[in-house]
Design a protein. Structure first.
Length: 95
C-alpha cells in the first residue's frame, strides 16, 4: 500500500500545487496512506486535474485495496469509489 500510494502521488507531482504536494508527501512519509489517497482523490476531482487512462486504472487498483469504503471511517471524500472514478477528468489520449 505504501509504495503504491507514493508512486501514484509522484505521478501527479507536476500537476499538484507545491504546498499540497508537500502535505501529501508528509502523509506518505508518516504512513497515513488512507489520508493520502483520500485527499489526492479529492484534489484530482475537485480541481479537475487531467489524468491518463493508465493513471485512472492505477487509482482504481489502489482504491480496491482499501476494501468497502463504508467500512473505513478514515475516508472522508472517497465514500464511493465508482463516483470518484467517474468524476475524474480522464484524457482520452495517453499523456
Amino acid at each position: 500500500m505504501s509504495n503504491d500510494s507514493r508512486e501514484l502521488l509522484e505521478r501527479f507531482a507536476d500537476r499538484l500545487e507545491p504546498e499540497i504536494l508537500a502535505d501529501y508527501r508528509t502523509f506518505s512519509d508518516v504512513g497515513e496512506w488512507t489520508l493520502l489517497v483520500d485527499n489526492l482523490c479529492a484534489s484530482l476531482v475537485k480541481r479537475q486535474i487531467l489524468v491518463s487512462v493508465a493513471e485512472r486504472g492505477a487509482l482504481a487498483e489502489l482504491l480496491a485495496l482499501f476494501g468497502d469504503p463504508k467500512d473505513n471511517v478514515d475516508m472522508f471524500y472517497i465514500d464511493d469509489y465508482e463516483r470518484v472514478l467517474a468524476e475524474l477528468n480522464v484524457s482520452p489520449e495517453s499523456m
